[in-house]
Design a protein around this ligand. Structure first.
Ligand code: UDP
Length: 238
């Protein structure tokens, strides 16, 4: 199976919402710990791992703009939300024995290293898990685009997107019982059918850089190591 190909280096995108666990806002520590254990398992098996963490469990610029807040200001607040999540994830990873560095796209030298591509690569070569915080550092982007960007810069073999559903469906499976999951899609399928998986900027960037995307449900223990082995349900976008 293509997802099972030995991956030298991968990027895992964890949506902010995944960190809420059973809650509807903020962070459920047990959920962060579970994801950290899965990341540790993959890293300790010899794959270089970097992470992009979303911030939607705390703040989204678009949602704030809908209530009258300035969009760019809201987006900066959203980027700061990803830093909070990154620090939580760093803490959880270190508790399971994984050496970790947080690199922020917005300089915050007291708590995170600045993002420097070559240094990020070096960290991973030394077996450290790198967490990319603050998205791209620019408003009007998402952490999905940050994930496609960093995965391309890091020359990752695959971008894994851990979400609430076990892949890409023809319709929202929570609302439409007839919805079916795709095993495989092309970037163009996703763009042309406007499938709700990642924003168009992220898909386009992945397409230009021939970066495969694997969408899977990150909510059960062992999900990330399993999908790395090509097991379980997922959708592959190539
Ligand atoms: N954000 C941004 N630029 C980026 C990445 C994120 O402005 O490059 C802001 C944006 O407001 C976004 C928020 O940060 O809504 C949280 O990120 P995102 O919505 O991508 O998180 P997720 O959906 O993965 O939890």
């Amino acid at each position: 199976d293509p997802a099972a190909h030995a991956c030298r280096r991968v990027l895992l995108k964890v949506s902010g919402e995944a960190l809420m666990g059973t809650g509807s806002f903020g962070i459920e520590p047990a959920m962060v710990e579970m994801i950290a254990r899965d990341v540790a398992e993959v890293a300790q098996a010899g794959t270089q791992v970097c992470l992009v963490i979303g911030g939607g469990n705390i703040f989204r610029g678009v949602a704030a703009a809908a209530k009258g807040m300035d969009r760019t200001q809201g987006d900066y607040a959203g980027m700061l939300a990803t830093v909070i999540n990154a620090l939580m994830m760093q803490n959880a990873l270190e508790r399971v024995g994984v050496d970790t560095r947080v690199m922020s796209a917005i300089q915050m030298s007291a708590i995170a290293e600045p993002y420097i591509r070559r240094r990020a690569v070096r960290h991973m070569e030394k077996g450290r898990v790198v967490i990319f915080a603050a998205g791209t550092g620019n408003p009007f982007f998402t952490t999905d685009t940050a994930a496609a960007l960093r995965a391309s810069e890091m020359e990752c073999d695959t971008l894994f997107k851990g979400t609430q559903v076990d892949g890409v469906y023809s319709a929202d499976p929570r609302r439409d019982p007839a919805a079916t999951r795709y095993d495989s899609l092309t970037y163009m399928d996703v763009l042309a059918r406007d499938l709700n998986v990642m924003d168009a900027a992220a898909i386009s960037l992945a397409r230009e850089n021939k970066l495969p995307i694997v969408v899977f449900n990150i909510h059960s223990p062992g999900a990330f190591p399993a999908v790395m082995r090509g097991e379980g349900a997922f959708t592959r976008i190539v």
